[in-house]
Structure formats: structure tokens, C-alpha cells
Design a protein around this ligand. Structure first.
Ligand SMILES: [Zn+2]
Length: 404
């Protein structure tokens, strides 16, 4: 049967105390439905003191694959065919990033989620509390699904479990993120920006037990973030007006578009910073430019990468309309071959809680020549019909309990 390995596979010591069952895989299904089942995921996860969903989701993030879990029946699945060797390597990476104490490399750690939604490894061996890399996509999942045995930090009175709406529940989060700067519930992009800011100051990451107390450290981190944010806000204020008429080559919008052209494959954080730098990160028109400029014909694969960026920048109905306008130009003018993909593009933005049902419906039923000429506008809306129809049907069967 299954062998046992050191939790740290780089430790070649037969007497190493921390052992786990070797991860097993089983391929099921075929064709498009092929998937990799991890039959002993919960045993492995127990050895790591982590919920089995975490490493499973981690595999999904790293492989760009969908995952699914059925905790009652102990089924943990990664879509696609992945071999055991690869998944074991990824498990090593998970252990390094989310289990081992960053200071002493001991695996006996608990995860703590702070008031600021930062994830800390609390080491039972040496007592250090060390942060995880908040830029990793898994952190969003962990914050939304905190470990059940998690010791809540004293200061997080309102808790994280109830404070964060599940994705796809509804799009209301965008609505009140309007005044941005001091907002408590951070979107993924803000967390990544904070993580970068924290990295510039090593103290924020390697917090030692001596100077650790949840309150002051959280306050300190918050103060640092505030400073970064208000500097950003100042930059955008100084840039002034929001007129629609500046299509000229020197407008910040054109500059943003050109910069993206020159920096293909740039990450969402860098794009956001550039928009901030140009003073247009809060402008609805910037969203339109991004939709036109960021995507290639591989748009469906690219949307998830930039979803945190749009989630942060699309803060009102006006922004959503600009996004739709940008999509119209993308599929109508930049890449006409993408017209058939319109329903899927809309679906991606809808499921990421960036576009709201009402706005899409309104858009889909009103031809407009604001962004493209009338014929193209008609064509794009015609192509969107299956999605609009799906929205109507989804409304009728108000059942959604699935865990991704
Ligand atoms: Zn330690």
C-alpha cells in the first residue's frame, strides 16, 4: 500500500519526525471529462494539519485547472490528467509556501488570518509567526474558507468566515467599494499590492514572537498600507478631469494602451500601478481601454488572470458599461474572429462578479454606437443572446450550492 515520506522531502533522514503518506493519484473519465482523483488527499492533509481543500485548490491554481471537492465523500479532484510525480512536486511547493515555518522550516504550524486578511503561519516549534506570500491565488481561497480549527486573532471580532461573501453570491461587493481607499474588505488585487508593500519592508513578513502582538502589528501593517494608498490617491487626484473627449495620442488613456502594447503579458498589479501612475485608475474609461488592450484572441484564458484588476477597477454601473464598450471594441474591431466567443467572455466577467446581471441585460437589449458602429453593435449583441438567455434561465432555478 501507500508508502510514507518525510513531509520535507529535501530532508533525507529516516528518523525525521514529520512524515506523511505519499500522495496517490487516479485518473478517471476520458476526453474532456478526464480528471485526476487524489484518493488519499485527506490523509495527506491531516499529516500537514491543513484542510484537504487547500492543497487540492493549490494544485488547481498552479496547473490552471478546475478543482472540485466533495468533503462528505472524501473526494478531491483536479480536472485534467496529471501524473503523481508532478502533483507531489506541487505538494512540496504547497508545503513550503503554506505549511513550513518560514523561520525554522518546521511543519508544525497553524494558519491564522489577521484582521487585515493576511495569512500567518504560527509555529509551535520555535514560536515565530511568519506571513505567507499573499500574491498567491490560494490566499483568496484560504481567507474565504478559513481553517475550521483556526484560532481567531483576538482583534478580528467580526471574524472572517461571515465577513466575506462567497464568490458568485451576488455582485454587491462592487457597489459599495466606491470610495475605495479605506475599504475594509480587500479585493484580491489590493491584497497583492499590500503583499508587495509588505515585502519591501521585511519586518512585516518575518514577525518575531518578541515584538508580535496581533493588534499592534496589524495596526502597523495598516498604517503602512494607508500611506501607500493615500499616495496613490493623491496621484490620481492631481490628474484631474474625466472628459470623454481625450482620444488624442498624449491622453493618459492612450499612454496606458501603448504601455500595455509595449509590455505584453504584464501582470495585473503592474497594470494597476501604471493606471494609478497615469492618474486614471478610478476612471471608467480606463476600464474600456484595458478591455481593448489587455486581451488577445486567447481572451478566455486571459480573463481569469486579469479578473482581480477588473474587480478592483470596476466600481460602478458606469464602469461596467465601459467594460462592455471595451469588449465591443475588442470583439468588433480588434479581433472580429472573437464575436462567437462573446457569451463566454460575458460569462467569465459575470462569474467573477465584475459584471452584474441587470447591467448586462440592459446593454444586451440596447444597440448603441457609442463604442463601435451600429452594425457591429448589433452583431455583438446578437452574439450575446445565449448568455442573456442563460441569465434568464438561471433566474428561474435559484439553486446554487456547489463548491466551485
Ligand atoms: Zn518555526
Amino acid at each position: 500500500m501507500a508508502g510514507v515520506v518525510n513531509i520535507r522531502r529535501d530532508v533525507d533522514d529516516k528518523f525525521y519526525r514529520y512524515r506523511m503518506p505519499i500522495l496517490l493519484t487516479k485518473i478517471e473519465g476520458k476526453g474532456n471529462g478526464i480528471k485526476t482523483v487524489i484518493p488519499n488527499m485527506s490523509d495527506v492533509a491531516r499529516a500537514l494539519s491543513r484542510p484537504p481543500t487547500y492543497p487540492t485548490k493549490f494544485f488547481g491554481c498552479e496547473l490552471g485547472a478546475q478543482t472540485s471537492f466533495d468533503e462528505k465523500n472524501d473526494r478531491y479532484i483536479v480536472n485534467g490528467a496529471h501524473d503523481a510525480v508532478k502533483l507531489r512536486e506541487l505538494l512540496d511547493a504547497f508545503i513550503d509556501k503554506f505549511v513550513l515555518c518560514r523561520s525554522c522550516k518546521n511543519p508544525e504550524t497553524d494558519l491564522i488570518i489577521t484582521k487585515n486578511e493576511e495569512i500567518i503561519r504560527d509555529c509551535k516549534a520555535c514560536g515565530e509567526r511568519t506571513g505567507v506570500d499573499m500574491r498567491h491565488k490560494l490566499t483568496t481561497f484560504i481567507v474565504k474558507n478559513p481553517p475550521k480549527t483556526m484560532k481567531k486573532s483576538k482583534s478580528s471580532r467580526k471574524g472572517t468566515a461571515d465577513g466575506s461573501p462567497s464568490p458568485g453570491a451576488n455582485g454587491n461587493e462592487n457597489g459599495d467599494a466606491g470610495g475605495d481607499a479605506g475599504a475594509e474588505s480587500d479585493d484580491e488585487l489590493t491584497r497583492r499590492i499590500k503583499a508587495e508593500a509588505a515585502e519591501l519592508n521585511p519586518d512585516a513578513v518575518a514577525i518575531t514572537k518578541d515584538d508580535w502582538s496581533v493588534d499592534t502589528s496589524a495596526e502597523a501593517v495598516k498604517a503602512r498600507v494607508k500611506a501607500v494608498e493615500s499616495r496613490m490617491a493623491a496621484i490620481s487626484l492631481s490628474a484631474g478631469g474625466d472628459d470623454d473627449s481625450d482620444e488624442d495620442a498624449d491622453s493618459p488613456y492612450s499612454q496606458l494602451g501603448r504601455w500595455i502594447e509595449d509590455n505584453r503579458d504584464i501582470g495585473p498589479v503592474e497594470v494597476y500601478k501604471k493606471a494609478e501612475e497615469l492618474g486614471i485608475a478610478k476612471k471608467h474609461k480606463a476600464v474600456q481601454v484595458l478591455a481593448q488592450a489587455l486581451f488577445s484572441t486567447d481572451v478566455l484564458a486571459e480573463i481569469p488572470k486579469y479578473a482581480p484588476l477588473f474587480a478592483k477597477m470596476v466600481t460602478s454601473e458606469k464602469h461596467q458599461k465601459s467594460l462592455l464598450g471595451g469588449i465591443e471594441r475588442l470583439v468588433g474591431v480588434v479581433h472580429p474572429e472573437l464575436v462567437p466567443a462573446v457569451p463566454k467572455i460575458l460569462m467569465e466577467f459575470y462569474q467573477a462578479d465584475i459584471l452584474e446581471e441587470e447591467v448586462v441585460k440592459q446593454w444586451g437589449t440596447h444597440v448603441s454606437k457609442k463604442y463601435v458602429d451600429k452594425e457591429i453593435s448589433k452583431k455583438v449583441r446578437k452574439a450575446s443572446e445565449p448568455f442573456l438567455k442563460w441569465l434568464d434561465e438561471a433566474e428561474d432555478s435559484e439553486d446554487d450550492d456547489d463548491d466551485e
